[in-house]
Design a protein. Sequence first.
Length: 321
Amino acid sequence: MVQCYWQIGCLIVEHEQQGQVRAAYGKQQLQMLSERLTAEFGKGLDITNLRKMRRFYLSFPIRETVSLELSWSHYKLLASIESDQARAWYQQEAIQQCWSVRALERQIDKLYYERLLSSQDKALVQAEAQQHIAHENQRQQQLRPHDVLRDPYILDFLNLPSQHLLESDLEQGLLDNLQAFLLELGKGFAFVARQQRIRTEDQDFYIDLVFYHFKLKCFLLIDLKLGKLSHQDVGQMDSYVRIYDQQQRSADDNPTIGLILCSQKSEAVVKYSVLTDSEQLFAAKYLPFLPTEAELKRELERERIKVQAELLNKTDEADDD
């Protein structure tokens, strides 16, 4: 079906439109073409589908870039993406992560690619995107925790009430929707434990959620917080990571990562705590609903400006040195 519809799209553009992106003829000619094709090949070739096939070909004009690992439903979604870079990235991720059509649609709706761009070093993301598109086997740059964790995380699949919500409700909701949560976390994560106990000489502690990342080769500890991020939360997670490294980390594991997932971030806490320069401690905000595209773009723009300002400050400091 994918091959057939690509060929039909190609014929419409290259033969009927003489290679022009936009048709020189109107709806009537498309209707005639639909009637001819339907009479010869049967159903599924109405005007609406012909437009989709034409857009499919225009989005993937090089036949070799069309992977048969994805379905026609996948390609209808991919063809709706305007950015060539974003479309190629989503295509490769859908293939590598075996995303269903629903999963691909959700990731596109949540601007997964755009959020990844805003949360990572621009040069590293571009290098990663290029290597995915080119099917390179070796990473050109070393993967770091910054490149895996995102901010914000969107937990719209929980459908939990906004009032009278307990941290235990949030934790249970994530476990009840573990597949969706793993999809939101990103590739490479595996669930390890819930409320895992770690012990010191005189006290027991319980970590809300524990995951393992196979590419980073390290554990990820998640502490769920309903309120605003505090210095106490950061100190507690710092202790969790240190204890976990000592008790659970194997010789071939990389240092454990700690992620505080909170409903509100405090820029002051982030700035004046070990979160600022730590390679192991992170805080991220979660959203209980899917924001509109405009709202999410505004959020991304604020994050992008903040990252650019931080990079500029570091450059100035290096020049002063």
